[in-house]
Design a protein around this ligand. Structure first.
Ligand code: IPD
Ligand code: CA
Ligand code: CA
Ligand code: CA
Length: 263
């Protein structure tokens, strides 16, 4: 039987160690490369941190599998068994340009069910943590269930690019949401934006395209505070492919899907 508490303790310990490595790296020069285009950055630290987790996991749990953004893990095509879904640095652009507003994100799943979600804001030393059935926490502070929010009072996370002409969605669907809500914010780290929804700093976050490592940990947190996460059409999320993504307090989420996105 899988000892999830044991896994949880190790994951927390390793994430703290990885955070320390990242903070220490601020004194050294970064090596920055481009991936798919000149705005898609990756650094030596993204790679080193992913490799650090993989070494620890493989040494301790040789039968677990790992899906990591930088590709050092396994070639994962099913959700069978224990699966670690890792984004070593979510918000690499912020990491490079701001040295803040980025996070380490780890979701740990058993046969497709989320058991552990960890999102670590390394610079602010804020660990968002959830364990299936036992609630969500920021450091040691329990996060309450989300209260009902009306759209007029909502603060919503969205990248401004989606309210300009783009290849993923008709911005005429999105602009009215931005006009109606109390405020729109863009933090540049999907994992942190999920953690902010879970902790009530945002009421919703929506985007046209994320990978599983961007939201795997966030899903576990959201579940524990009674929020909802789906595609922009309200469908179930697929942990093995890129997808649109919409997370929020339940009433607000349902309202936006019905009145704005499924028009
Ligand atoms: C990115 C961030 C960003 C989101 C992108 C992601 P990365 O992750 O989460 O906020 O808009 O879609 O790819 O590349 O910095 O790990
Ligand atoms: Ca990336
Ligand atoms: Ca990411
Ligand atoms: Ca990343």
């Amino acid at each position: 039987m899988t000892n999830w508490k044991h896994i949880d303790q190790n994951a927390k310990r390793w994430i703290a160690e990885a955070g320390e490595k990242i903070r220490n790296s601020f004194d050294s020069a970064l090596s920055i490369q481009y991936k798919s285009n000149p705005n898609d950055l990756v650094t030596n630290m993204d790679k080193e941190i992913e490799q650090f987790f993989i070494e620890k996991i493989q040494e301790t749990y040789p039968d677990h599998r790992i899906l990591g953004e930088e590709g050092y893990g396994d070639d994962v095509t099913s959700l069978d068994g224990v699966l670690w879904i890792i984004d070593p640095i979510d918000g690499t652009m912020n990491f490079v340009h701001q040295q803040r507003n980025f996070a380490i994100s780890i979701g740990i799943y058993g046969d497709g069910i989320g058991y552990i979600g960890l999102i670590y804001d390394v610079v602010h030393n804020e660990l968002y943590h959830a364990f299936k059935g036992e609630g969500a926490y920021m450091n040691d502070i329990p996060l309450p269930k989300l209260d009902k929010v009306n759209i007029e009072e909502a603060v919503v996370g969205i990248n401004p690019v989606w309210v300009t002409e783009n290849k993923r969605i008709d911005y005429n669907l999105i602009a009215p949401i931005v006009q109606k809500v109390r405020g729109a914010r863009s933090y540049g780290s999907a994992a942190l934006e999920c953690a902010y929804v879970a902790s009530g700093r945002l009421d919703a976050y929506l985007t046209m395209r994320l990978a599983p490592w961007d939201f795997a940990a966030g899903l576990v947190l959201i579940e524990e505070v009674g929020g909802v996460a789906t595609t922009l059409k309200g469908e179930k999320l697929d942990l093995l492919s890129k997808t649109s993504f919409f997370v929020g307090e339940k009433n607000l989420h349902d309202h936006i899907i019905k009145e704005y996105l499924n028009r």
